[in-house]
Design a protein around this ligand. Sequence first.
Ligand SMILES: C[S@@+](CC[C@H](N)C(=O)[O-])C[C@H]1O[C@@H](n2cnc3c(N)ncnc32)[C@H](O)[C@@H]1O
Ligand SMILES: Nc1nc2[nH]cc(C(=O)O)c2c(=O)[nH]1
Ligand code: SF4
Ligand SMILES: [Mg+2]
Length: 214
Amino acid sequence: MYHVKEAFYSLQGEGARTGRASVFCRFSGCNLWSGREADRAHAACRFCDTDFVGTDGQHGGRFATSEALATHLQALWPETPGAAAPYVVFTGGEPLLQLDAALIDALHARGFEVAVETNGTLPAPAGIDWLCVSPKGHSPLALTAGDELKLVHPQADAPPDRFIGLAFRHFFLQPMDGAPAGERVDHLASTVAYCLAHPQWRLSLQTHKIAGID
Ligand SMILES: C[S@@+](CC[C@H](N)C(=O)[O-])C[C@H]1O[C@@H](n2cnc3c(N)ncnc32)[C@H](O)[C@@H]1O
Ligand SMILES: Nc1nc2[nH]cc(C(=O)O)c2c(=O)[nH]1
Ligand code: SF4
Ligand SMILES: [Mg+2]
């Protein structure tokens, strides 16, 4: 059984594929935080910007088979003949708690390219076309290679230089969002300063928040 918080059609807001039309599948649950505010201060990941608890979001639910979930996600892609290959982004919550080869195969069979946004602490099934790893504090990485490493910055326990030797094609720093507003401004300024001083890193802004699209 797959548990999905929500699924929606939007533009990829972050990283190297920013601006690309995507079906997002947000799985429920995470291995680094319960999702309850009462637990946030003691969680392994404390800055999460996402509600991933339950299955009550738009187009969310419980899906008994990979075929059922793949068909559900396919229906969110617009019917535009001759258009680019459909694209699905699995996120969460932590998608690698649930994503398996059967679901990837079912989406490939429907013509989809498959992307994943993960905290990198769990092994990945075969067949992922675009892997984005976003390390969290001290949490050990099981995934040390992929397409992009997208580090939320600043994190006291995860300085960028710890990751630059890993086998990723792109290295992004994404300013930490969240209250209060003054801290948000500081996070943006320090992220810009870091990219200017260390040109192997590129700035990733969460453009869907700027554009107000989801
Ligand atoms: C909500 S997470 C879900 C996927 C996976 N659990 C992970 O952490 O990569 C999706 C993306 O949002 C990023 N993110 C989460 N909270 C954020 C925040 N407060 N500011 C900026 N990016 C954030 C994560 O680092 C990750 O790249
Ligand atoms: N538009 C949009 N782009 C995204 N890229 C990664 C997201 C995520 O929450 O994983 C996300 C998201 O939530 N919305
Ligand atoms: S690992 Fe990802 S989903 Fe889990 S709490 Fe952190 S940012 Fe949120
Ligand atoms: Mg998001």
